[in-house]
Design a protein around this ligand. Structure first.
Ligand SMILES: O=C(O)C(=O)C[C@]1(C(=O)O)C=C[C@@H](O)C=C1
Length: 285
């Protein structure tokens, strides 16, 4: 194989890619003009949610999903910036995890601002100061346990995505992307675990966090979970499908990719064992 021949081919592909990228940016500019005229928000989390699903289904490899995601993160970041830009709030000045997650989600062309706590983040989103917010799931859980803040769903702010940042070999830190409006994912919780555990955890979760806000559904069998998703996914009030259990994400990734609007998975045990932090015991920056 002649190296120069392959490099020439790469040059041709690069030229084409750059041309196509500019075409995409021009189309986003067009949308930006309409959005300005009609006073529509630049950041559209539902549209972006469906875009991630579509990209994944277009990708036949060998490009990895992670790489495709990283490339599109910056493409979208540029498109939003040209439309006027989005500001993203993040909670947790004492640890930079949420900020890193925010940059990894919104790219280098977004603007970022720290929020004192979850309540100020929710307020900032409601008041339009931030188009989106990123918060560690454990921080939401802690705030809920201290009854410091309302469950964000149904209060004018919704959870749109869950991000997982790998931390070490086996661990990952979970973050939520919040934004204004009603996300298309409902208020149902899909628990995916053994019957006995499921019943216990369901009771505990309801008692601790969700009260009347979230309808919980527990399914033990894959076929039932699938039937449940088909039956509910496009109905109005299903906005939030939250799976708990190890196998669920793999199953949905394979079977349902692109059709489930948003799905987060989290271990119930991690959630429930999150320490209750008393007032004034937060680590200081
Ligand atoms: O579809 C839109 O509303 C756009 O503005 C385009 C676009 C994109 O570049 O794909 C950009 C920003 C939005 O958050 C969603 C998608």
């Amino acid at each position: 194989m002649d190296l120069n021949d392959v490099r020439e081919e790469i040059d041709r592909v690069d030229r084409l890619l750059v041309r196509l990228l500019n075409r995409r940016v021009q189309l986003a500019d067009k949308i930006g003009r309409v959005k300005r005229e009609e006073k529509v928000n630049i950041f559209d989390p539902s549209r972006e949610g469906s875009l991630w699903g579509k990209l994944d289904s277009y990708n036949r490899g060998p490009l990895s999903g992670t790489a495709l995601c990283a490339i599109y993160r910056e493409i979208l970041s540029e498109c939003r910036a040209r439309q006027g830009g989005v500001t993203v709030g993040w909670v947790g000045s004492h640890d930079r995890g949420s900020w890193i997650a925010a940059v990894l989600r919104f790219g280098v062309r977004a603007m970022f601002g720290p929020a004192e706590d979850l309540v100020s983040l929710l307020e900032g989103i409601l008041q339009g100061r931030w188009a989106a917010g990123v918060v560690k799931v454990n921080q939401v859980v802690r705030a809920l346990r201290r009854r410091l803040s309302p469950w964000p769903l149904g209060q004018g702010v919704s959870v749109y995505e869950e991000l997982r940042l790998p931390m070490g070999k086996k661990k990952a830190e979970c973050f939520w992307v919040l934004s204004g409006g009603q996300s298309r994912c409902g208020r149902r919780l899909l628990l995916w675990c053994k019957e006995k555990e499921g019943k216990e955890l369901l009771g505990e979760l309801n008692r601790l966090f969700f009260e009347e806000n979230v309808r919980c559904l527990w399914k033990q069998k894959m076929e039932l979970a699938r039937a449940w998703l088909y039956e509910t996914e496009f109905s109005e009030d299903v906005d939030f499908v939250w799976g708990v259990g190890k196998d669920l994400s793999g199953f949905l990734t394979k079977v349902e990719r692109g059709s489930v609007h948003w799905l987060g998975t989290y271990s119930c045990y991690e959630l429930l064992s999150a320490p209750v932090v008393e007032e004034n015991t937060e680590p200081t920056p």
